[in-house]
Design a protein around this ligand. Structure first.
Ligand SMILES: Nc1nc2c(c(=O)[nH]1)N[C@H]1C(S)=C(S)[C@@H](COP(=O)(O)O)O[C@H]1N2
Ligand SMILES: [Mo]
Length: 421
């Protein structure tokens, strides 16, 4: 077993150009130089004074040493930041909750600055009692709090034809998971009295894009939340302040942010976001539409291009899995590109339509490996291989690429994004 001190000592002597054991340095000087003034048994500088008092940060922020855990954009994807995406740093996150500050963002016309006092939710169309609700009205309804993921169906979409993004943040960072609090859409629909002829609900946002999607009434009455809070506080502007739809397990695009209008109708509206976008071109030239559910998916996060292996021996391999259909039932890990599999352990909470963390004890012997994870949900759906997915879908799609992902571990410990079909 090599101790961290051994290599830092070597590094110090190299930098200082001093041979180990040089008589010019006293034992104490060597100790301090080797270990740093703040390391045991010294009293670190931050113990030799008082710290910052309460109230200095009325709204807290992360430690200044955690500058790497940030949302990132891909320059060539971001022709203009008002219609683009920022990715969540999955490589730096733990557990299943995404800190609100690190939730991925996807805006079609920027983030509107909405005064909640002047914001209204209008519910109209085929119903007996159309309503215009204030935020105060909405908060008076009985509420629910549920942990759900939101994923853009374009997650992974850059990789249909080959590996392109040399970072987990960009191959999978369009998923995040929060505790959402709000009113069930079914509660609000009961209040307006849905006409039996109504089969669809249109949800429209109050952004410059007036982004809107048609949602079948069955889903609207099932588990959809009209949410005003995220992880305990009011929803962040990026996520739809003061009100958004959370459409569990479905394409993130249907979780309309800055929600201002719900209309009940007989037929879908066939808007831009469900015709020219969020549809997939099949090999025969026809397009799939209304591909609502985010299929079972998973990825290893503790070993990835951003998290290279720094030493041999024990590693707790971790990752996240999710299914828009329900709960994750099982995750298997392969180290040989899918020839053999070991069952991982599901860690912590295993919830419906939420990120689920998995882990596996692993001892890295320094040899190259092809690491994959394969998730199975409680409907029995098994995450497909890339070859299986391409066989059905071809390579002309943007959306719904949920195939098994491969990380190549090199003997140096570096990790590459590769495709192993
Ligand atoms: N009003 C409105 N709602 C919207 C969008 C938008 O641009 N405007 N983007 C959609 C898309 S494409 C996705 S993937 C999710 C992203 O949610 P997030 O930005 O909170 O991660 O919001 C959806 N809701
Ligand atoms: Mo999206």
């Amino acid at each position: 077993m090599a101790f961290a001190g051994d290599s830092s000592r070597r590094k110090f002597f190299k930098r200082a150009g001093v041979a180990a054991g040089s008589a010019l340095l006293t034992a104490n000087q060597i100790w301090a130089a080797e270990h740093g003034e703040n390391l045991p048994p010294n009293i670190p500088s931050w113990m030799q004074q008082t710290g910052t008092g309460v109230g200095a940060a009325p709204y807290g922020s992360p430690s200044e040493y955690e500058k790497d855990a940030i949302r990132r954009t891909v320059p060539w994807l971001t022709a203009t930041p008002i219609s683009s995406v920022s990715f969540s740093p999955l490589q730096s996150l733990q557990g299943i909750i995404t800190p609100s500050s690190l939730h991925f963002e996807r805006h079609h016309s920027g983030i509107p600055n909405i005064d909640p006092e002047e914001h209204r939710l209008m519910i109209h169309g085929l119903c007996g009692n159309p309503l215009v609700l204030t935020m105060d009205d909405l908060v008076r309804f009985p509420s629910v709090s549920e942990i759900r993921f939101i994923e853009c169906p374009a997650n992974g979409g850059m990789e249909w034809r080959g590996p392109q993004m040399e970072a987990l943040q960009f191959t999978h960072g369009m998923i995040s998971c929060s505790e959402w609090t709000g009113v069930r859409l079914s509660t609000l629909l009961a209040e307006v009295g849905v006409d039996p002829k109504a089969k669809w609900v249109l949800a429209e946002g109050a952004d410059g894009a007036a982004m809107a999607r048609s949602i079948p009434l069955d889903k609207a009455l099932n588990d959809v939340i009209v949410a005003y809070a995220q992880n305990g506080e009011r929803i962040r502007p990026e996520q739809g302040y003061p009100l958004r739809l959370v459409n569990p397990g479905w394409e993130g695009n249907t979780s309309i942010k800055w929600l201002r209008r719900l209309e009940l109708g007989e037929k879908p509206w066939h808007l831009r976001e469900e015709t020219s976008k969020y549809t997939d071109l099949m090999p025969d030239g026809r397009a799939r539409r209304f591909t609502w559910v985010q299929e079972t998916n998973s990825v290893v996060t503790s070993v990835c291009p951003e998290n290279s292996l720094k030493s041999r021996g024990y590693h707790e391999l971790e990752g996240v899995a999710w299914s828009g259909r329900g709960k994750i039932k099982q995750v298997d890990i392969s180290f040989d590109g899918g020839f053999s599999w070991k069952e991982a352990k599901l860690k912590g909470l295993v919830l419906d339509k939420a990120l689920t963390r998995f882990s596996l004890d692993w001892s890295w012997d320094g040899s190259p490996a092809l690491i994959q994870s394969r998730a199975i949900d409680d409907t029995g759906y098994v995450q497909p291989t890339l070859a299986q997915l391409r066989e059905v879908r071809g390579v002309n799609s943007i959306y719904h690429k949920n195939s098994i992902h491969t990380w190549q571990v090199l003997a140096t410990g570096e990790v590459k994004n590769v495709q192993n079909t």
